[in-house]
Ligand binder design. Sequence first.
Ligand SMILES: Nc1ncnc2c1ncn2[C@@H]1O[C@H](COP(=O)(O)OP(=O)(O)O)[C@@H](O)[C@H]1O
Ligand SMILES: [Mg+2]
Length: 243
Amino acid sequence: MLETAFCEKYGINSVQVLRRFHSKKNEVILFSFLLTSNREEKWIVKKFKNPARCQKEAEILTLLYDAGLAVPKIIYAAADHLVLSYLPGITFLEWLEREEKAGCPKENYLSCLHDFARWLKAFYQITAQKLSPGLILGDVNLRNFLLGEKFFGLDFEDCRPGLPEEDLGRFCAYVLTYNPAFTRWKYQFVAACKEIVAEKLNLTWGPVFLELQKELESMSRRRKKQNLAADFYRQGRAFNLIP
Ligand SMILES: Nc1ncnc2c1ncn2[C@@H]1O[C@H](COP(=O)(O)OP(=O)(O)O)[C@@H](O)[C@H]1O
Ligand SMILES: [Mg+2]
């Protein structure tokens, strides 16, 4: 998987797999590299099924990192894989599940939502200035954000032209449907997203709500299951989420 050029550049003596991460599309592994200087480096290797997506992620990551956004640093870029700085922490999803299990009240998670909103706003600003206007993340599942030393964003291969309302609407749909789905706690969390994240991005709730609903409908089709949008419609009103 690793290139000779990379091993020579960093004087790599030996390699050990420390952890494999959950990934549907790619292979994402945390390695410990022992360098000739006897130093140990822990780096992530992300191997892409599709090399074009690797190039795209490398381009966007470089742009964001150089602009000062909290994202992994590229240590080495090959045609079909990237070696990235390892960011210790937990995914937004692990954090969400932990907070819900502990029954944390709104006051406890407000600062995290402010961090998320600030990160998103900076992402849209930087990409609009330096790349094409109107780029969005595309894949906003909660494993693509990491809470560590700071709030980080991780996965950029699905970036595409679009509206921020799509990202936020989908994000809220994911939050509501992670197991256990449609809990009171999750509705409250999404209401806080409306209050904090939508507000910070200057988005009106109507279009975000439409994207949320659209994502729930396509999830229902994919899962050939109950009508998730109808569930949301019934309970969302109590949380002021239905315009
Ligand atoms: N630089 C990193 N530091 C720490 N963990 C990471 C890093 N990059 C990826 N991960 C972990 O690997 C998982 C999958 O990485 P991601 O870039 O989202 O790939 P995929 O395209 O497979 O979704 C993430 O959810 C995260 O847990
Ligand atoms: Mg991902």
